[in-house]
Design a protein around this ligand. Structure first.
Ligand code: SF4
Length: 337
């Protein structure tokens, strides 16, 4: 049986392409890149939701960790960024290179993706689709089953391995053809589009850009950027303050050596993390911000428990920071529209 490698995100488009290729009698080996920018980072040993969805279609799924490449691409995107911080063209090329290596190692005949011509402004324009094909070394061997009939026939189509007439000719942003095809192919459960990559999220992209201006971010810093409210402190560090119980628990999970954790001592309130070396003045600011998100009345003072990782806790007596101070220090999006 001929084999093909499919790049899958776990979204509807990639699920449809897996089925379209499988129904032509071709075995599908799926490749899923685990990006740093997904809102939910899988715990060690946890199977990403996307993998479960594609496995349910009867395809074997291999995963590849994109962490290192993700950081390199946002630092130096060769082909530029999209509207936010998303280096989609570099990212597509990187993923396709991984797929090409897998294709060669497994003796597969071609690679396919769920791309739809004209669906995304940056990476799915015709000339960009040709560019990524060339840059990944997959010229003539990269099939886009959802738009195949709008594109030049590829080698597997010309060789008769794939019947072009049983592939699709979708183009543009409408999702209706895909939803109709899902019903035809018996795919009833799939995620809603968008929301998969935080680099396209205005708030996250802004925080990442600001942090990268100040320091060389690590994967652990990126995880912190996904949680809570972020405030600039005087020494250039940030205080990250939980917005709700889920954030507080996540922040407690993310704490690492060098971090300082703050919580109001006697009343309910958020967990705050300060990453990096923090002096007494900086911690006093973080304590005041922490109290701002408790029920402490303005001007009243309370104890805040402060603990550096691996050290004994101590307390700081502080009053809640003013609304004005918090507004000034909050790292928020400066939208131009
Ligand atoms: S949206 Fe994010 S994951 Fe998708 S191609 Fe662009 S940068 Fe990569």
């Amino acid at each position: 049986m001929a084999k093909a490698v499919g790049c899958v995100s776990g979204g509807l488009d990639s699920m449809l392409t897996v089925r379209l290729v499988q129904r032509q009698g071709i075995e599908v080996l799926a490749l899923h890149a685990v990006h740093l920018w997904h809102p939910h980072t899988p715990a060690p040993g946890e199977k990403p939701e996307a993998v479960r969805r594609v496995e349910a279609l009867g395809a074997e799924v291999r995963t590849v960790d994109a962490t290192e490449a993700d950081l390199a691409m946002v630092r130096h995107p060769k082909f530029g960024m999209g509207k936010r911080m998303n280096p989609c063209i570099d990212c597509r090329i990187w993923t396709l290179r991984q797929a090409k290596a897998l294709m060669e190692a497994e003796g597969a005949a071609f690679v396919f993706t769920g791309e739809v011509l004209g669906q995304r402004p940056m990476s799915q324009r015709r000339h960009v689709m040709q560019l990524v094909e060339k840059e990944s070394g997959l010229e003539d061997l990269l099939v886009r089953p959802l738009s195949a009939r709008c594109l030049a026939p590829t080698k597997p189509e010309r060789d008769g391995l794939l019947d072009r007439d049983r592939l699709c000719g979708f183009a543009g942003r409408s999702r209706k053809p895909q939803i109709a095809l899902a019903a035809e192919l018996g795919i009833t459960e799939y995620p809603t589009p968008a929301g998969g990559c935080l680099l396209t999220d205005p708030g996250f992209a802004h925080r990442l850009r600001e942090r990268m201006r100040a320091k060389d971010v690590t994967p652990a810093d990126v995880e912190l950027l996904k949680v809570g409210r972020h405030f600039r402190l005087d020494d250039g560090e940030w205080a990250v303050v939980g917005r709700h119980e889920r954030d507080n628990l996540r922040l407690a999970d993310l704490i690492q050596p060098g971090d300082v954790r703050l919580e109001a001592t006697d009343i309910p309130g958020p967990t705050t993390i300060v990453r990096g070396p923090a002096d007494a003045d900086t911690l006093a600011q973080a304590a005041a911000i922490t109290l701002r998100y408790t029920k402490t009345p303005p001007g009243e003072t309370r104890d805040v428990t402060v603990q550096a990782v691996g050290e004994l806790p101590w307390t700081i007596r502080a009053a809640p920071a003013s609304d004005e101070f918090c507004r000034e220090r909050l790292v928020t999006i400066e939208e131009k529209s």
